[in-house]
Design a protein around this ligand. Structure first.
Ligand code: GLN
Length: 392
């Protein structure tokens, strides 16, 4: 038989998912994959029920149903301060991942170079590699994950086309400041670069940090595609409804490509998520307070056990360094053994540090913990961790 396409050669199951499967056999608590298994708001669920009952079952326009596009336009203007004036600058997608794929296909040719910050969200990089894109990495480090913009400047070549950012960051929890973003925009203008900005954790913020959208910075909008979605904010990762915001000529091409790939996001679910915009703003306040408590519980527990913990500024992950545990416990030689040790001794799942770096060695002493769980479940996970790895 002839070989499969070359792009399949390097593909393997992401370690974000692998741990979910490993845990199934041991009644484990999954602090690995960001599955967000709290309840979806009732308003959204009944909106989808209604749409199904009313047989709103046919394809939507590839850009989404109009009431949802209208609501997203308002949200992009008000929350994100992105200067769009038409629903043609919005596209509803199958998850933020669907939006990423459409963006990538629209902007990039095989051989184009893209700049990515480490630690990164591996799906971005693996998709780009499958596209034949060449990745160039800029490392950032705990505790503040500061960006070395000179390093970015030096990496740019004639082939460099785009830069990827994620704010708030997964897995770092870094919230890009206005100043960071302004410096980035200056570089984008200097080198004529596009940006793809994944802002799916835009409502999970701590310690007074504010979310600033890259596309709101003067000079950025015309070269920026902003990605977000409903999965994380409304606990509905399996519904797969996301969206992209950007200049009309780019969104138009993205829509045509998405139409070819999957035609549209599921129509009744689009009606469901449209109900999110009728909910009270208290929802965000309560969600913010709940995540704040969970972050404190998670980070304090890890610190008590002996991890070095860069408390995240946003998102719901913490990338914690376990190297101090090596002298007290067996099974912490590297991130892979540490993650297996946590499953075996505490029945708690995490994601290995190597999943977020190009060279495994750079993630060898860190694990990512996700605290998007119901509080009592997170408490139980923390109890198990403290019991298995008692502080001295
Ligand atoms: N974004 C989530 C994470 O980082 C889910 C990833 C996934 O399942 N692909 O864990």
């Amino acid at each position: 038989m002839k070989a499969l396409a070359e792009r399949t050669e390097g593909l393997k199951q992401s370690s974000i998912r692998a741990i979910t499967q490993l845990l199934e056999g041991v009644d484990g608590i999954n602090l690995g994959q960001g599955i967000c298994d709290m309840p979806t708001p009732d308003a959204i669920k009944s909106g989808a029920h209604r749409a199904i009952d009313e047989d709103r079952s046919i394809y939507s326009h590839y850009g989404g149903i109009m009431p949802l596009q209208e609501a997203l336009k308002k949200k992009a203007n008000e929350y994100n301060q992105i200067p769009i004036t038409s629903i043609d600058e919005i596209m509803v997608t199958v998850g933020a991942t669907g939006a990423f794929v459409a963006t990538m296909f629209t902007l990039l040719n095989p051989g184009d170079e893209v700049i990515v910050f480490e630690p990164y969200y591996s799906y971005h990089c693996d998709l780009l590699k499958a596209m034949g894109t060449k990745l160039k990495f800029v490392r950032t480090a705990a505790p503040d994950w500061a960006i070395d913009f000179d390093a970015v400047d030096r990496l740019v070549t004639d082939r460099t086309k785009a830069i990827i950012i994620t704010t708030p960051g997964n897995p770092s929890g870094k919230v890009w400041s206005r100043q960071d973003l302004e410096t980035l925009v200056a570089l984008m203008q200097k080198h004529d670069l596009y940006a793809i900005t994944d802002e799916i954790y835009e409502y999970m913020l701590y310690d007074g940090n504010k979310h600033v959208s890259l596309a709101s910075i003067p000079g950025a909008f015309e070269r920026t595609i902003t990605l977000s979605g409903f999965s994380k904010t409304y606990n509905m990762t399996g519904w797969r409804i996301g969206y992209a915001v950007g200049p009309e000529p780019i969104i138009a091409k993205m829509g045509l490509l998405a139409d070819l790939i999957y035609i549209c996001a599921p129509t009744p679910l689009q009606y469901g998520v449209a109900e999110a915009f009728g909910m009270s703003d208290d929802y965000f306040k309560e969600m913010g307070e709940a995540y704040d408590r969970k972050r404190t519980l998670m980070c304090e527990t890890l610190e008590e056990i002996g991890f070095i913990v860069p408390w995240p500024e946003g998102s719901y992950y913490v990338l914690a360094d376990f190297s101090p545990l090596r002298e007290r416990f067996e099974g912490f030689e590297d991130d892979l053994s540490a993650s297996h040790t946590l499953v075996e001794k505490a029945r708690v799942g995490t994601v290995t540090g190597r999943s977020f770096f190009e060279d495994d060695i750079n993630g060898a002493s860190v694990l990512r913990f996700c605290f998007a769980k119901e509080y009592p479940i997170l408490e139980e996970a923390c109890r198990r961790l403290k019991e298995a790895f008692p502080a001295t």
